[in-house]
Design a protein around this ligand. Structure first.
Ligand code: GRF
Length: 198
């Protein structure tokens, strides 16, 4: 059984997609051992609690320094003996020590077709604003391994989504989530849990 930890900062719709996929059997051989957030107000924590999953908040604001937060985040993560860490809208930079310790065991969902619209400053609605500004006809989402860069690790899965006339950033974000993110993140976890990643 693949022991999975999910790190979140917001509404948790990607976490919900993972939980639903475990229930439906779309993900086999994986269990969510903990959900960790930097944001005490993250609704993702409520989604975890309602399923009896350990929901932990570690806010950088509660620590004297970023270094102390980083140490606490790694120590808390280590408590769960995880095989895989899933970043599902986690807006905190992963400490280098964690990337080294969990090399090729941290994955992230990014709401574009990397290498487009990714890297520093490209998160949330900003990604979709940039796609609309550039006028791309296709965008989508990417699941990739996390390395020391920003959105730069090896790509695991991608799924394309059409940009439609009249799309606003909010409309496009929702379509990318519904048609891409909520499908490929659970699929990537199932692939890893069952040894099917390339
Ligand atoms: C998603 O758009 C994801 O692509 C990005 O952050 C957002 C998280 O949304 N990384 P949610 O918290 O899973 O609803």
């Amino acid at each position: 059984m693949l022991r999975v930890g999910v790190m979140v900062s917001g509404g948790g719709t990607n976490l919900q997609a993972i939980l639903d996929a475990i229930d439906s059997g779309a993900i086999r051989g994986a269990s969510i051992e903990a959900v960790i957030s930097n944001n005490p107000g993250a609704y993702a924590l409520e989604r975890a609690k309602s399923r009896g999953i350990e929901a932990v908040c570690l806010s950088p604001k509660s620590f004297e320094s970023r270094e102390q937060f980083n140490e606490a985040l790694l120590a808390k993560t280590d408590e769960y003996n995880l095989d895989l860490i899933v970043l599902a809208g986690f807006l905190v930079t992963i400490p280098e020590a964690m990337i080294q310790k969990y090399r090729n065991r941290i994955i992230n969902i990014h709401p574009s077709l990397i290498p487009s619209f990714c890297g520093v400053g490209y998160y949330g609605l900003k990604v979709h604003e940039a796609a609309l500004k550039r006028g791309v006809k296709l965008t989508g989402a990417t699941v990739h391994y996390v390395d020391e860069g920003v959105d730069s690790g090896p790509i695991i899965l991608q799924k394309a989504v059409e940009v439609l006339p009249g799309d606003t950033p909010e409309i496009l974000q929702r379509r990318v989530m519904e048609e891409a993110e909520w499908k490929i993140l659970p699929e990537a976890i199932d692939m890893i849990a069952n040894g099917r990643t390339v």
